[in-house]
Design a protein around this ligand. Structure first.
Ligand code: GAL
Length: 813
C-alpha cells in the first residue's frame, strides 16, 4: 500500500498532568471559563489531597478511610492548542478521579462519573478555541459523603490525564480488541476487531492495516481489510492474523507482541494505535485447576488494594514496579485487583513482568455493606444506574491485557445468598461475555456453606469459576469446604479468591498474645492480633491443602502488601500484608517464599536483641525450603528439624528413601526451637539431599551509631514521575541493623527531585506522610523521591540526633 504520511503525527497522546490549579473545597462557578483561580495552588497530577492531610479520629471517613480527610476539591487547567489543531478531533481521558467527577470545558458541562476507579473520555472538539486563545478544563471531585468506602480511596485526580488529538476519521477509544483464541507452539491466531469512527461528513473508503510486531521490531504478520464507511458513525472491522511459532506469553516468560493498527482513508494514513498483547492459552479445569499454554500452574496469588502507602492513591509507576518485583521474588505469580479496576500502568506492569490477574469490578451491588456506620455511602447508591456502563468500560479498557485471566464481578456480594442474586449475576456475566467471550467470570463468595445466609446453589452454579473467600472462616470446616463441595459439585471450578488475612507488623515481636485481664476471654482479639510465632499457622494449613489438591486452582492471600484504611485507631492502615506499607517484607513474606520458590533459603526470626531477658525462653522460628535446618546458638547445636512436606515416602524398594531420611519434627510449614536467651549468634544451617546448601544468621547487635542509606536506583528518568526509594537503616558500629532502638530521622532533598513521601511501615504511626521527618520502626524507614522534568542530581540527606548522618545521590537524566 502506498502510504503518504502527514507532517504531524496522526495521533498525539499528550500527558496532561502538568500545571493544574487546585482548590481544596467547593467554589461556586468554578466550572466557568473565566473563573478567577489565580489564588489557587499550582500542582502536577496525579494528585491525592486526602494523603496530604493529618490523621485524625474526627475525620468522617473514620478508620476505613485511614483517618484522613476527604471532602470536595476543584482542579483547573488552561491550555492552548497547537496551531495545526483546526479540524482535529480532541478528547481528554481521565484514568481515574475519586469520585463523582464533573468536568467542564470552556464552561460547557461534559458530564459526571460517580465511580472513582473508572477511566473515561470526553470529546472536547465542539467547544475548543483553536485560534490561539486559551482553553480551560475544570474538574470538580466530590468525595464528601463519608464514610464512603471500606478501605482508603484517596481523593481527586489521582491517576493520569491525557489529551488525545486525532482526525475526524479515527480509531475509537478502546476500539482495538485483540484476542488469541487459538494458540499452540506452532501457530498463534490473533482475532482483531477494530471500531472505526467516521466523522468526515461523507462516505469514505477505509482500509485497515494490522501488523503484529515482535519485541525486536520485526513484523511477524500483516493483514489489510477494506470497507466503505457510508456515513457518520462507528464501524466494526475485523481481521484474523496468524503467527508461526509464536513466542508464548506466560508468567515465567511474559513475551509481548505489539499490534499496530493503521487506518487509511483514501490511501492516506488517518490514525494509528499500538496495542501490546500476548499469545497465551488459558483454561480452568474442574480436576486440574488452572492451565496456561497447556501446562498446569498453581496460582500463587495475593490480593492488592490500589494505594501505594505514603503516596496515597497517586502511585507513581515505579512504586508499583518495585512492589511487583518484591512479590515476584516471593514467588507470587498472580494478583487479585481487589476490589476495583486498577490503574492502567499496573496492568501494563503485570503484562511485562508476568503476573496473572483477576480484574475485579465491584465490592457492592444493590446492597450496602455498611456495618456500624462504615461505608454507609458506598457504590450501592450508584449501582442501578451505573453498573452496566462501569462494567463495560472496565472490560473495554482492560480486555487486551494478556495478564488478565478472569473477570471478577464482585467481592462478597450479599446477593450471593438472596433470591435476586442469580438474576443479577447473569446480567453482569452477559455483559462480560458480550465484551470478552474469552475469559471466565468469577465472584469472590464468602458465604459458601455458611451457617447463616449461605450462598445459593443457583448462584454458585452460574459462575464459570467459583471464588472461595475464607473457606476456613466457618466453624471447624476449614479447608475441607473445598473437599466437601467437590463431592457435591464435581464439575465446579474452584479458586481461593481471598484468604488468611493474618495481621502482623514487621517489628512486633511481643512474646505473648494480646490477652489482658480485659480481653482474656476474647478469642477474636487473639485471632486478630497473633504473636510472631503463631500468626501464619492458619495460612500454612490452608496452603498445604491448596498445594496438594490440583482442583483448587490456587489462592489469593489477603494481602500481598499492607494498605491504608480498614483500621481501628490507633492504627490507620491494615496490617494484613506480608509486605508493609514501605515495601519492607515482614516474616510472613518468607513463609510464602519458602513455599513458592526453589532456590535454597532460610528466613530466621525474631531478632536476637533481648537484653534483660537472659535465660528466658524465646521462640525461634524459620521458614525454609531446605530439607533440614540445624540451629546453633553460639556454636552449640539445638537440633536438626525438618518439615518434610510434601510427605516423603519410600521409593524403589522397602526401606529406601531418595533423600537422607529425617524425621519430620513438625506438621506445620515452619520450624521452631525454644531457646533460652543469651546474646550472641544464632546460626541456621540448611541441607538438601544431605548436603549443606544454605546458612542464615541472627546476631545480637550493638547500639546504633549511624544511619545508612540505600537507594533502589542510581538514575531516574527526567519525566516528572520516575521515583527512587531511599531506605534508611539504623546500624551499629559493625554495620548491622539495630532492630529495637528507634529514633527520629530528618530528611533534606536538594536538586533535581522532590520528596513525595516518608513512612516506616508501622500501622500505628500517625506522623504525616508528607513531612520530612520520620521515626524508624524496627530500625528502618523510607523516603520516596520523585524526579522532576529537568536533568541533574538529587542529593538526599538523612540525620538523627547523636548519630552519624548519611547522604545518597541519584542522577536524573
Ligand atoms: C474480607 C474482604 C476484604 C477485607 C478483609 C479483611 O472479607 O473481602 O475486603 O475486608 O475481609 O480481613
Amino acid at each position: 500500500m502506498k502510504a503518504e504520511r502527514q507532517a504531524d503525527p496522526v495521533r498525539v497522546t499528550e500527558r496532561f498532568d502538568f500545571g493544574w490549579r487546585f482548590l481544596l473545597g467547593d467554589a461556586e462557578g468554578a466550572g466557568q471559563e473565566h473563573f478567577d483561580d489565580s489564588a489557587w495552588r499550582t500542582l502536577d497530577l496525579p494528585h491525592d489531597w486526602s494523603v496530604e492531610g493529618e490523621f485524625s479520629a474526627d475525620h468522617p471517613a473514620g478508620g476505613d478511610g485511614a483517618y484522613l480527610p476527604a471532602g470536595i476539591g476543584w482542579y483547573r487547567k488552561r491550555f492552548i492548542l497547537p496551531e495545526h489543531s483546526n479540524g482535529r478531533h480532541v478528547e481528554v481521558r481521565f484514568d481515574g478521579v475519586y469520585m463523582n467527577s464533573e468536568v467542564w470545558i470552556n464552561g460547557h458541562y461534559l458530564g459526571k462519573r460517580p465511580n472513582g476507579y473508572i477511566g473515561f473520555h470526553y470529546d472536547l472538539t465542539p467547544y475548543l478555541h483553536s485560534d490561539g486563545r486559551s482553553n480551560t478544563l475544570a474538574v470538580r471531585a466530590d468525595n464528601s459523603e463519608q464514610p464512603g468506602s471500606r478501605w482508603y480511596t484517596g481523593s481527586g485526580i489521582y491517576r493520569h490525564v491525557w489529551l488525545i488529538r486525532t482526525g475526524a476519521a479515527r480509531l475509537d477509544n478502546w476500539g482495538v480488541h485483540v484476542t488469541t483464541p487459538d494458540v499452540s507452539a506452532s501457530l498463534g491466531t490473533a482475532k482483531v476487531t477494530v471500531n472505526v469512527v467516521n466523522e468526515l461528513g461523507t462516505g469514505r473508503y477505509a482500509s485497515l492495516r494490522t501488523d503484529i510486531v515482535d519485541a525486536d521490531g520485526t513484523v511477524a504478520a500483516s493483514k489489510t481489510a477494506g470497507a466503505f464507511l457510508p456515513d457518520l458513525g462507528t464501524y466494526a472491522m475485523s481481521v484474523d492474523l496468524q503467527v508461526n511459532d509464536p513466542k508464548l506469553w506466560s508468567e515465567v516468560s511474559p513475551y509481548l507482541y505489539t499490534l499496530r493498527t493503521s487506518l487509511y482513508i483514501d490511501d492516506r494514513l488517518a490514525d494509528e494505535m499500538e496495542t501490546p498483547f500476548g499469545f497465551r492459552a488459558i483454561a480452568f479445569d474442574a480436576d486440574r485447576g488452572f492451565m496456561v499454554n497447556g501446562a498446569r500452574v498453581k496460582l500463587n496469588g495475593v490480593c492488592l488494594h490500589h494505594d501505594g502507602g505514603c503516596v496515597g492513591a497517586a502511585v507513581p509507576e515505579r512504586v508499583w514496579e518495585r512492589r511487583l518485583q518484591l512479590l515476584k521474588e516471593m514467588g507470587c505469580n498472580a494478583i487479585r485487583m481487589s476490589h476495583n479496576p486498577p490503574s492502567p500502568e499496573l496492568l501494563d506492569l503485570c503484562d511485562r513482568m508476568g503476573f496473572f490477574v483477576m480484574d475485579e469490578a465491584f465490592d457492592e451491588w444493590t446492597h450496602s455493606k455498611a456495618k456500624s456506620g462504615s461505608a454507609a455511602y458506598g457504590y450501592y447508591k450508584y449501582f442501578d444506574e451505573w453498573w452496566e456502563r462501569d462494567l463495560t468500560d472496565m472490560l473495554r479498557r482492560d480486555r487486551n491485557h494478556p495478564s488478565i485471566i478472569m473477570w471478577s464481578v464482585g467481592n462478597e456480594i450479599p446477593e450471593q445468598s438472596q433470591p435476586a442474586g442469580p438474576g443479577l449475576l447473569k446480567r453482569l456475566m452477559d455483559v462480560c461475555r458480550r465484551e470478552d467471550p474469552t475469559r471466565p467470570v468469577t465472584l469472590a463468595c464468602d458465604n459458601i456453606g455458611s451457617d447463616i445466609n449461605a450462598a445459593t446453589d443457583e448462584f454458585l452454579e452460574l459462575l464459570d469459576v467459583v471464588g472461595y473467600n475464607y473457606v476456613n472462616r466457618w466453624r471447624g470446616r476449614t479447608e475441607t469446604f473445598y473437599a466437601e463441595d467437590r463431592v457435591r459439585y464435581p464439575q465446579m471450578k474452584m479458586i481461593g479468591s481471598e484468604h488468611s488475612s493474618v495481621r502482623s507488623t514487621r517489628a512486633d515481636y511481643r512474646l505473648s498474645g494480646p490477652l489482658t485481664a480485659d480481653t482474656r476471654s476474647d478469642e477474636a482479639a487473639a485471632w486478630r492480633n497473633p504473636t510472631y510465632y503463631t500468626g501464619m499457622i492458619r495460612a500454612e494449613r490452608l496452603w498445604k491443602f491448596t498445594r496438594m489438591h490440583d482442583y483448587v486452582a490456587g489462592d489469593f492471600m489477603w494481602t500481598g502488601i499492607d494498605y491504608l484504611g480498614e483500621a481501628r485507631w490507633p492504627n490507620k492502615s491494615s496490617s494484613a500484608g506480608v509486605i508493609d506499607l514501605c515495601g519492607f517484607p515482614k516474616d510472613g513474606y518468607y513463609f510464602y517464599k519458602s513455599q513458592w520458590t526453589a532456590e535454597p533459603m532460610i528466613h530466621p526470626f525474631p531478632h536476637w536483641n533481648w537484653e534483660g531477658r537472659e535465660g528466658q525462653i524465646i521462640p525461634v522460628l524459620c521458614y525454609t525450603n531446605c530439607d533440614t535446618v540445624e540451629l546453633f546458638v553460639n556454636g552449640k547445636s539445638f537440633g536438626v528439624k525438618s518439615c518434610e512436606f510434601p510427605l516423603q515416602g519410600m521409593t524403589k524398594r522397602y526401606g529406601h528413601y531418595d533423600k537422607p531420611f529425617v524425621h519430620a519434627t513438625t506438621s506445620d510449614l515452619h520450624l521452631a526451637w525454644d531457646v533460652p536467651y543469651e546474646p550472641g549468634v544464632l546460626r541456621f544451617v540448611g541441607t538438601r539431599d544431605g548436603k549443606e546448601v544454605c546458612v542464615a544468621e541472627r546476631e545480637t547487635t550493638g547500639t546504633p551509631v549511624r544511619l545508612e542509606l540505600e537507594t533502589d536506583r542510581g538514575t531516574l528518568a527526567a519525566d516528572g514521575t520516575d521515583a527512587a526509594h531511599v531506605t534508611v537503616r539504623l546500624t551499629d558500629a559493625r554495620g548491622r541493623l539495630v532492630p529495637a532502638a528507634d529514633c527520629s530521622v530528618s530528611f533534606s532533598v536538594q536538586g533535581a527531585g522532590t520528596l513525595i513521601g516518608v513512612d516506616n511501615g508501622d500501622p500505628a504511626s500517625r506522623e504525616s506522610f508528607k513531612s520530612n521527618t520520620r521515626k524508624t520502626y524496627g530500625g528502618l524507614c523510607l523516603a520516596i523521591v520523585q524526579a522532576g522534568l529537568h536533568p541533574g542530581t538529587v542529593v538526599i540527606r538523612a540525620e538523627a540526633e547523636g548519630l552519624e548522618a548519611a547522604e545518597a545521590t541519584v542522577r536524573v537524566q
